[in-house]
Design a protein around this ligand. Structure first.
Ligand SMILES: [Zn+2]
Length: 129
């Protein structure tokens, strides 16, 4: 009988919505919540490119480098019209060393709700000298 390996599906389950993913490159937490989730302390490592919240169509965090790339893309320096997809990211100069995680958190507030946050990490990040 041959050995069968099941495909692996990585699911991030976080009922409280307290934990953001750790950077897969260096292992640092992407977000630290202070107090009762009122305040968010971003202590991003150099690999974190952006955090995007689907529900409000807004960036929670943008790295300096990402801001520069957005400015190049939109001369009016406004990301209101930013459409997050592979082609736009490619136009911004990112390649397959950019890892984008789309994480949906299910939670119970006044009934079940879910929210989706997108975290992008750059495996190809190199520090400017
Ligand atoms: Zn990192």
């Amino acid at each position: 009988m041959s050995q069968h390996y099941l495909p692996q599906i990585a699911r991030i389950e976080d009922k409280n919505g307290e934990n953001a993913p750790y950077c897969p490159v260096c292992g640092q937490p992407t977000i630290k919540f202070i107090d009762n989730q009122q305040d968010i302390n971003y202590k991003p490592c150099q690999h974190l490119v952006f955090i995007y919240v689907n529900e409000i169509d807004e960036f929670e965090y943008k790295s300096k480098d990402f801001k520069k790339r957005i400015k190049k893309l939109y001369s009016f320096a406004d990301d209101d019209y930013f459409d997050l997809n592979e082609e736009v990211l490619s136009t911004m100069g990112y390649d397959d060393s950019l890892l984008v995680l789309e994480i949906t958190v299910e939670s119970m507030a006044c009934g079940p709700t879910s929210s989706t946050m997108i975290f992008a990490f750059d495996f190809g990040y190199e520090e400017d000298d």
